[in-house]
Design a binder for this molecule. Structure first.
Ligand SMILES: Cc1cc2nc3c(=O)[nH]c(=O)nc-3n(C[C@H](O)[C@H](O)[C@H](O)COP(=O)(O)OP(=O)(O)OC[C@H]3O[C@@H](n4cnc5c(N)ncnc54)[C@H](O)[C@@H]3O)c2cc1C
Length: 211
């Protein structure tokens, strides 16, 4: 296990985590954002930044940068009920200062925040880094434990992701570290590695050629 020390460790690279990481790193704080997913194509989390969000981004000096990313502007809308138009709204009347909603899928927004933060020397973001435990000292949380897969290892080549639980390799049930280690000599002569992992409660098969 490797230990990394930073001033601020942020668990979760969602809008809150990445924005906080960006703001802290802009002020020179050493920041590490840990995001459990490998990329931002995670569960659907909406597509619309409301005028209040545009206001906030403007105050943070990020509005023009965000609007330079792929998006559409929604300025007005019609309300239909059972096929009948029953009303309409205009953001000009709702929020005269920011009279639009920004239609931007969240993965685009998150990737833009990350691109903005990455050049800052005190900023780091680890993707595929799932926090599995809080580290406490004297009743105080002083750190977190992270499960992160080394890039380029055999199992990551096979598609293993952080959080996967390996249950079977080449037909052998994996019930602990001893079984895994005992399997190693046999893998030296095997032509492929077939693993079954449990991902989000479901079994997933992974195969990688060893020749
Ligand atoms: C279906 C849906 C539609 C929505 N539509 C809109 C919309 O149109 N406009 C809008 O403004 N808002 C919308 N929202 C709300 C918006 O998605 C949330 O307000 C926003 O995502 C909250 O950001 P967050 O960073 O606090 O949390 P999250 O977006 O939940 O981010 C938390 C992050 O932490 C990571 N994480 C969790 N546990 C761990 C761990 N142990 N280790 C490492 N990483 C971890 C997760 O993978 C995730 O990426 C919608 C939400 C949903 C569910």
């Amino acid at each position: 296990m490797t230990t990394v020390r930073v001033s601020a460790c942020i668990v979760g690279g969602g809008p809150a985590g990445l924005m906080l990481g960006l703001l802290l790193a802009k002020r020179g704080a050493g920041v590490l954002v840990l995001e459990g997913h490998e990329n931002f194509d995670r569960e659907f989390r909406g597509e619309v930044l409301q005028p209040s969000t545009a206001h906030l981004l403007d105050e943070l000096g990020l509005l023009e940068y965000v609007k330079a990313q792929p998006h559409s502007l929604l300025e007005a809308g019609k309300i239909r009920l059972a096929g009948h138009e029953i009303g309409e709204f205009s953001f000009k009347r709702i929020a005269p200062q920011y009279p639009y909603a920004i239609w931007m899928p969240q993965p685009i927004f998150l990737a833009a925040l990350l691109r903005k933060a990455q050049p800052l020397p005190s900023f780091q973001c680890w993707m595929g880094a799932k926090v599995t435990k809080l580290i406490e000292e004297d009743g105080r949380v002083v750190g977190v434990q992270v499960a992160r897969l080394p890039e380029g290892s055999l199992l990551t080549d096979a598609g293993l992701r952080a959080g996967d639980v390996i249950t079977r390799i080449n037909g052998t049930e994996i019930d602990g570290m001893a079984t895994l280690v005992g399997l190693w000599p046999r893998l030296q002569t095997a032509s492929e590695l077939r693993a079954v992992v449990v991902r989000n409660g479901r079994p997933v098969s992974l195969v990688v050629s060893l020749r």
